[in-house]
Design a protein around this ligand. Structure first.
Ligand SMILES: *Cc1c(COP(=O)(O)O)cnc(C)c1O
Length: 375
């Protein structure tokens, strides 16, 4: 923060809002279920260290990550809680996860064998089992529980502990609730066949959308991600789900202001041509910072609390906005690409919609070039 004066663009990470969102998840699911904040992809681009520091006072059960490296970085931050790795790992990554005492997810017997061998060296080690109920990217097949469950159970021992079982919804954000209820039913059918008593396994299914919509699916734990980071976890048509407080605010300074005569062009391809005299502001942010290039001629920035349309194509390092309607804007002023400025707001969902993607990709797409600061 100290050198913010010279920074051209940055992300403000609202840690109070992050904590408010965590409390909203807790309210939604009640006191029973554990909460496993998902902090993969550098806590959705906002910085794993500050996110963990902010959430530690809530004493979450543990954290969820996607890779062994992410788990290692939690350990180097001093996290002693369970760290659940939710993506399948290569043999090499499993070895690294074992050394860090992570809890990996097992989707096939070969990986369990590798984990068992690691446990013999580094044990005791924990693992959880994912059951694939339709997501298709990881997990044992729910239809074949009778085939895999017994060998998994048989491999366990003092050094190798089977501590949980989960599945992942592919459509918890969708209007149609039967996408999730179908997967829930498949999951119930599968876990009913497990040769382990229900009390000995932590059972979980819910991401943000499911945790907020259906507390009845909360089971023993929920795994919220996007909601904590200020992304609305359901599609716009789904009613009755609380909105998160926005967490990420993306700002850039105006580095140049010019008045241009009619017929002036801006950006690669000269896709915007001024009709009359216009005032243009160059912002020190571009697609090289993670601002989606697809916002060219579509998106906008807030300048002095008013909308300034993005004109022309976005460059790697610069974006031009039309500030004709904001006469007081000057070089050095701050523009807001995501977040609030006065009474105006650009939500991460709005940006995602304009860019043809989802809030997750917008948040995780901002590059290390943008300083993350805590206002
Ligand atoms: C990323 C992830 C989550 C979190 O999902 P959100 O939609 O961000 O809440 C939960 N579970 C698993 C297995 C994940 O990969």
């Amino acid at each position: 923060m100290s050198n913010l004066a010279q920074v051209r663009a940055w992300i403000e990470v609202g840690l109070d809002s992050l904590r408010a969102n965590y409390r909203a998840v807790r309210r939604a699911v009640g006191e029973g279920p554990a909460i496993i904040p998902m902090v993969k992809a550098d806590a959705y681009g906002l910085g794993i260290a500050r996110v963990v520091r902010s959430l530690e006072p809530f004493s979450p059960w543990g954290y969820g990550v996607a890779t062994a490296e992410e788990g290692l970085s939690l350990r180097s931050l001093g996290v002693r809680r369970p760290v659940l790795v939710v993506s399948p790992l290569t043999r090499e990554a499993l070895a690294c996860a074992a050394a860090a005492g992570l809890t990996v997810t097992i989707s096939e017997l070969g990986a369990l064998e590798a984990w068992a061998e690691a446990a013999a060296r580094h044990g005791p080690l924990d693992f959880q089992v994912e059951i694939d109920t339709g997501m298709g990217r990881a997990g044992f097949d729910w239809r074949e529980t009778g085939t895999w469950a017994a060998p998994v159970r048989a491999r366990c021992g003092e050094q190798l502990r089977w501590t949980g079982v989960y599945t992942h919804f592919h459509g918890a954000d969708a209007v149609d609730p039967t996408l999730a209820s179908t997967q829930w039913q498949r999951f119930q059918d599968a876990i009913a066949q497990l040769p382990v008593s229900r009390e000995d396994l932590m059972v979980h299914v819910a991401n943000s959308a499911a945790a907020l919509r259906w507390p009845e699916y909360a089971a023993d734990a929920v795994r919220p991600g996007i909601f904590l980071y200020g992304g609305h976890p359901v599609s716009a048509e789904v009613q009755g789900v609380p909105r998160p407080e926005p967490v990420a605010t993306v700002r850039a300074k105006i580095s140049l202001v010019r008045s241009v005569p009619p017929g002036s062009t801006v950006g690669y391809g000269a896709t915007h041509v001024s009709r009359g005299w216009e005032r243009w502001a160059t912002l020190g942010i571009g697609y090289g910072d993670g601002l989606p290039r697809s916002l060219g001629n579509r998106g906008s920035a807030l300048v002095h609390g008013r909308r300034a349309p993005i004109i022309g194509r976005i460059s790697m390092d610069m974006t031009v906005v039309d500030i004709t309607a904001v006469p007081e804007a000057a070089a050095g002023d701050v523009a807001t690409l995501i977040g609030r400025d006065g009474d105006a707001e650009i939500t991460v969902e709005e940006v995602a919609l304009q860019a043809g993607t989802i809030s997750y990709e917008i948040l995780t797409g901002f590059t290390p070039r943008l300083a993350r600061v805590e206002p």
